[in-house]
Ligand binder design. Structure first.
Ligand code: ATP
Length: 262
């Protein structure tokens, strides 16, 4: 098992926000966490990557990553884990980029922080990675500023950076919801393609049960900080048990009598 979260509880200040969450994932598997806004989805993945906001605290449970309880990590161990073994993509990863520095210089700096590559080697490797994310003219993109790219292109740069070190686990927080529907589908496909090649497991947080159904092997449905349903995605989509999951599915449009979730 790559990752095993058991009975995870998280509080912000005195308020318990997430209670007794369990999940597990093997190498290369994709798990989606769905649920309404404020149900605690982001909090769960932030806890896994050790990056809760400072008032956030894990108050119970265990997070085993490759058999080790990461909650006992030292800051140096977190540093080693983040960026190389585990990485994160946000809703607009473009926002993470420095607006007044060219993409290439930021990408090269990121690579050299975690590896002994020379500047030239890192630049070549960065360009290759941009090409894998189907970005046209990677040489030009390296010379561009973030504002010169479209939202979809910036998001691809974000995924390319996150995937550079072939992490074992990618945490993706609403990675496509800032994009238009066509670009969403493309970015999701490219992300899956690249993860499949590297056997990277993904935990994707999305409010879109359609994206979840299309991408994931396993599904967790959260409501008010608790898991109301979890299991194989196909099983849950075809035979939802909880009233809340049924509600989420009922909101997905039907095409020709079939639920459009792909
Ligand atoms: N830094 C914080 N301090 C206090 N409360 C917070 C903080 N961050 C989030 N919360 C609260 O925790 C709850 C869960 O938030 P979280 O972002 O995990 O939910 P979510 O399901 O990811 O929602 P969304 O889909 O809107 O991103 C919310 O009620 C939110 O108000």
């Amino acid at each position: 098992m790559l990752i095993e979260v058991s009975e995870l509880s998280v509080s912000y200040a005195e308020h318990e926000i997430v209670r007794n969450v369990n999940l597990s994932l093997d190498a290369g598997e994709i798990l989606a966490i769905v649920g309404e806004s404020g149900s605690g989805k982001t909090t769960v993945i932030r806890a896994i990557l050790g990056c809760l906001p400072h008032e956030g605290r894990v108050t119970g449970g265990r997070i085993l990553f490759e058999g080790r309880n990461v909650l006992e990590n030292t800051p140096a161990e977190w540093c080693r884990l983040c960026g190389t073994k585990a990485a994160m993509v946000f809703q607009d990863s473009g926002n993470m980029l420095d607006p007044i520095r060219r993409i290439g210089s930021q990408f090269v700096e990121y690579i050299r922080e975690h590896s002994p590559l020379t500047k030239q080697e890192a630049a070549r490797a960065a360009e290759d990675m941009l090409r894998k994310m189907h970005l046209p003219n990677p040489e030009n993109i390296m010379k561009s500023y973030p504002f010169e790219l479209s939202g979809g292109m910036r998001q691809r740069v974000g995924v390319a950076m996150a995937m550079f070190f072939k992490p074992r686990l990618l945490l993706a927080d609403e990675p496509t919801s800032a994009l238009d529907v066509t670009t969403q589908a493309q970015v999701v496909k490219e992300m899956m393609e690249i993860c499949r090649k590297d056997k990277t497991a993904i935990i994707i947080v999305t409010h879109n049960i359609g994206v979840a159904a299309y991408m994931s092997d396993k599904l967790i449905v959260m409501q008010a900080g608790r898991v109301v349903e979890s299991g194989g995605t196909d099983e849950i989509i075809s035979r939802p048990q909880s009233a809340y999951t049924k509600e989420l599915l009922a909101a997905v449009p039907q095409v020709g009598g079939k639920r459009y979730v792909g």
